[in-house]
Design a protein around this ligand. Structure first.
Ligand code: CA
Length: 113
């Protein structure tokens, strides 16, 4: 999966999602996102916290994100306001961060919820 390290704008790492969605299908993509969640979450809480995100981001190729970008992800993704991302919040965030995917897939993606 490609990470656009040449871009200075924030939150561009999601660009691989549309091609993954085409390759894997929506269901396969969701499974991949869930695997990503497993890698990023804090095993004690089974949720993604700022600390677990920062610690584990490198393993997903997100290591170049700055603290403020990680904070932005947490803030954007935290739908119920508990300060952590659960699996559904994470998957929704990943989809929302990909405008192309949102247009192409959201109508099908959100039939799962
Ligand atoms: Ca939350």
């Amino acid at each position: 999966m490609g990470v656009d390290t040449g871009s200075s704008s924030s939150l561009q790492f999601e660009d691989f999602l549309p091609s993954m969605a085409r390759k894997l299908g929506v269901e396969g993509l969701m499974q991949e996102l869930c695997k990503g969640f497993q890698l990023l979450m804090d095993p004690r809480t089974c949720k993604i916290t700022f600390q677990s995100l920062k610690k584990n981001a490198a393993s997903l190729g997100l290591g170049e994100l700055r603290d403020d970008e990680l904070s932005e992800m947490m803030r954007e993704g935290d739908l119920d306001g508990d300060g952590m991302l659960d699996q559904m919040e994470f998957c929704i965030l990943m989809v929302r961060l990909s405008p192309e995917l949102m247009e192409e897939e959201s109508h099908r993606m959100f039939q799962y919820y």
